[in-house]
Ligand binder design. Structure first.
Ligand code: BDR
Ligand code: CA
Length: 313
């Protein structure tokens, strides 16, 4: 089984991802860390604990991390995810308390423990990268415990939070830059599951209704699908962040290219854009004021949507 840790801002589609990570037999979910993003941090923690309760995975430690991005005031996405951040489904929330450690400390402990055991963990951030940036800056030695980072965020083409930028990167561009640069600085393998594939795996309203009728974790999954269909008035909904978990279980469902990437940190209309260099030449360092080569990461450019939707269902 692949050891994984999720970093989330639950979040309707983070909930979809947690359900898969908590229950798929190929994955060994070792911890979940929370960050402010789609909803304020307290809601993210409560939603995350609730999903794991539904999965009867109270054994998985959940820790609260950064409430705010590194630099800018936050803006959330409750207009997309509902007032409670998880579809306003009217379910009772978990009363469980999170792990007393800060998310960064929990991540450090899990990763250094893996190093001691001679294992490597896949870190799957599905949210603004604040916690992960703080982790890599504070405890760079955790790199030895990382198999790779597979993050949902960014886009080679268009954005969603703005015309240029994807939400998770836009929310904390500095943090995203730190994490991408870790591919170079710390030699960490990084894969980007961005908006170019995010909307590929879709589940229909009818499939959602069938799942909802089953109760338990499948029931929650179905309710989340139906919520999205209703909110966006569409006949189907993306599994969203859950696709990045599918990418860990079934990497062959993706078409990726290794490409240079940078995060735009300035820009009037382009702050938070991931600039993916798809030219068939590189070597523009002469034009780079920092003289530093861009990170080179695996960028997902195509997905077998039906394959991932089936895996998730
Ligand atoms: C990302 O932003 C959030 O709204 C979703 O949970 C997902 O992680 C998509 O841009
Ligand atoms: Ca998310």
């Amino acid at each position: 089984r692949t050891p994984v840790v999720l970093d989330v801002d639950t979040g309707v589609d983070d909930a979809c991802a947690l359900l898969l990570a908590a229950l798929h037999p190929a994955l060994d979910l070792r911890a979940v860390t929370c960050v402010g993003g789609n909803a304020p941090l307290a809601d993210v923690v409560a939603n995350t604990l609730t999903v794991l309760d539904v999965c009867e995975r109270q054994d998985v430690p959940v820790a609260a991390g950064a409430a705010l991005p590194l630099l800018e005031p936050p803006g959330d996405a409750r207009h997309v995810h509902g007032q409670d951040g998880m579809g306003d489904l009217g379910r009772a929330r978990s009363t469980r308390r999170p792990d007393p450690r800060h998310a960064v400390e929990l991540l450090r402990d899990v990763l250094l423990d893996a190093v001691e055991r001679g294992e490597r963990v896949t870190l799957v951030p599905l949210a603004p990268l604040t916690n992960v940036a703080l982790l890599l800056r504070t405890y760079p030695a955790v790199a030895a415990g990382l198999e790779r980072i597979v993050f949902m965020g960014g886009a080679a083409e268009v954005g969603n939070a703005t015309a240029s930028a994807e939400f998770n990167v836009f929310h904390d561009p500095e943090a995203a830059a730190v994490v991408l640069d870790a591919a170079t600085d710390l030699g960490i393998e990084v894969a980007m599951y961005g908006l170019d594939v995010f909307y590929g795996p879709q589940v229909t309203r009818e499939e959602g209704q069938e799942l909802a009728a089953l109760g338990g974790p499948a029931g929650l999954a179905g309710e989340l699908v139906v919520f999205q269909c209703d909110r966006f008035e569409r006949p189907s909904a993306t599994i969203g962040d859950a696709g990045a978990v599918c990418a860990v279980v079934d990497p062959d469902g993706l078409r990726s290219r290794r490409l240079p990437i940078r995060v735009e940190l300035a820009g009037t209309w382009s702050r938070g854009r991931t600039i993916v260099d798809r030219r068939d030449w590189s070597g523009d360092l002469a034009h780079d004021p920092h003289g530093q080569a861009p990170a080179s990461i695996d960028v997902a450019l195509g997905v077998d949507g039906e394959r991932y939707a089936r895996l998730w269902r």
